[in-house]
Design a protein around this ligand. Structure first.
Ligand SMILES: Cc1ncc(COP(=O)(O)O)c(C=O)c1O
Length: 479
């Protein structure tokens, strides 16, 4: 085995081609020209007798995916380079990469990530493999953990979401997706024959959960704002009235930041005769769940209402150098999911086994440094800047929309793909959005709008000139 790997590495360092991925037949040519050639072939046009190529080499061609070939940075070998040269090259690679990150961070507008944080005082912790494997409340035998920070963070959320300390269970997840996977799983374990309902604008992880757990799922329509269509939800629930309901409600949808009205959904359930033992509500608050508690006049996400769980992402509004999140549910629900694991000397009730122990420390640090008041000020600034961006775009003739409680400004998708990539915009169909996070300053909005208006003018002019060019050509043909 070691020999085979050694041969691959030697071959690579002399030819400069990409590493052979696991599962790829030996001798498969993965030179860049081959990859480029492959990228023009449609996945669906593959003949049944064609050998299966690894996913990495397969082009992803579809109406929605426009880029798909990630450049590789081959692992270097000492070989002929010598140790000193290798060290110098590694330093250069890391420095180049750092500069790239600076630039990409400076030009980021599209995804809901707060890139403005300073965890300098925590840098010394990086040399530790901090792992909170198992249940946060039951220490495993692995001692390099941060459970004390994790429980502190969970207690902070328990106060925010109004649940008593002896009534909740939760953990720091790897991301918002894991929170959804967990919340929906708890719903499924509590109501095993329940049908999952969620709006068509839900994050893709919700229906992924339904596929993973082989649950019956209903995609409910949306209103013009992107909120769940309450009449349609009522009709869907009524059509399955003999089965319990598991609902995923969005506390801020991914693309338009729309918030489903939990009270209205509870009223519909009561109206249709669904008692509290026949429904389970998971609130997906990936981004906006962290902001809504600090928005004046916004509805509260609270366990005082009969909801089953809430999840948020930690790297979005809070800001963290690693993806993370939190999921919280009622202690009474978690018993159905837990098993004791002797090897851990802890209990298994989480989706993942090993869990990033650095993540709770980042959250603990931010909550301690900023406090509720600091977070409230951040939210206020985001909402103010979102309104500012909308006004600037509208004044410049760009059609926009902004949901009342949201900092997600939606506008026409720019035609210029380079611009979309440069500002890392998330697009869907003919719309794009900017999610205004604490790191988006007025100065950055100015730069963004200036460039957007310039590329729009350029493509408008190109479109206009194409018409006149066509007319001239036709005129020449007639002459
Ligand atoms: C509404 C919603 N739910 C879930 C997620 C998934 O969160 P994560 O990227 O942290 O897995 C997102 C991500 O954007 C989201 O917008």
């Amino acid at each position: 085995m070691a020999d085979t790997l050694g041969q691959v590495v030697v071959a690579l360092s002399s030819s400069g081609t990409l590493p052979t991925p696991v599962g790829q037949p030996a001798g498969t040519d993965r030179s860049p020209s081959k990859l480029r050639k492959a990228s023009s072939t449609s996945v669906t046009s593959r003949q049944p007798d064609e050998p299966t190529v690894p996913y990495q080499a397969r082009p992803v061609t579809s109406a929605v995916i426009t880029h798909n070939l990630t450049a590789a940075l081959p692992v270097m070998e000492v070989g002929e380079l010598g140790q000193e040269e290798l060290e110098a090259r590694v330093r250069q690679v890391i420095e180049d990469y750092r500069q790239k990150l600076e630039d990409r961070t400076d030009h980021h507008m599209g995804y809901p990530y707060n890139l403005d944080f300073d965890y300098g005082p925590l840098e010394g912790l990086q040399k530790f493999c901090i792992n909170n494997l198992g249940d946060p409340f039951i220490e495993s035998n692995y001692g390099v953990h941060s459970r004390e920070f994790e429980i502190g963070v969970l207690q902070w959320f328990a106060r925010l979401w109004e649940i008593e300390e002896d009534e909740f269970w939760g953990y720091v997840t790897n991301c918002g997706t894991e929170g959804n996977l967990h919340g929906i799983l708890v719903g499924r374990e509590t109501l095993p024959d329940g049908v999952l309902y969620s709006s068509a604008e839900s994050h893709y992880s919700v229906f992924k959960a339904a596929r993973m757990y082989r649950m019956e799922a209903v995609k409910v329509g949306v209103l013009g704002t992107g909120e769940i269509d309450y009449d349609h939800l009522r009709a869907c629930l009524a059509a399955n009235a003999d089965k319990p309901a598991i609902l995923n409600l969005n506390i801020g949808t991914t693309v338009r930041g729309a918030v489903d009205d939990v009270d209205r959904v509870l009223a519909i359930l009561a109206d249709l005769g669904f008692g509290e033992d026949r429904f389970y509500i998971h609130c997906d608050g990936a981004l906006f769940g962290m902001m809504i508690p600090f928005v004046k006049r916004a509805p509260m996400v609270t366990f005082k209402k009969p909801i089953g769980s809430v999840s948020v992402s930690g790297h979005k509004f809070v800001g963290a150098p690693v993806p993370c999140g939190v999921v919280m549910t009622r202690l009474k629900h978690i018993q159905a999911l837990s098993t004791d694991v002797e090897y851990l000397n802890s209990r298994d009730a989480t989706i993942m086994g090993s869990r990033n122990g650095h993540a709770p420390i980042y959250m603990w640090y931010t909550f301690t440094r900023k406090g509720y008041e600091g977070l409230r000020k951040d939210v206020e600034r985001c909402l103010r800047n979102a309104h500012l961006l909308r006004s600037m775009l509208e004044r410049a003739g760009v059609v926009t929309s902004l949901n009342e409680l949201s900092s997600t400004v939606v506008f026409e998708r720019p035609a210029d793909e380079d611009f979309v990539r440069r500002w890392q915009l998330a697009c869907q169909g003919d719309i794009a959005h900017v999610v205004v996070m604490p790191n988006i300053t007025v100065a950055k909005l100015e730069r963004f709008v200036t460039e957007l208006i310039a590329v729009r003018a350029k493509s408008s002019l190109a479109g206009a000139l194409a018409i006149s060019a066509e007319a001239i050509r036709e005129g020449e043909e007639e002459a």
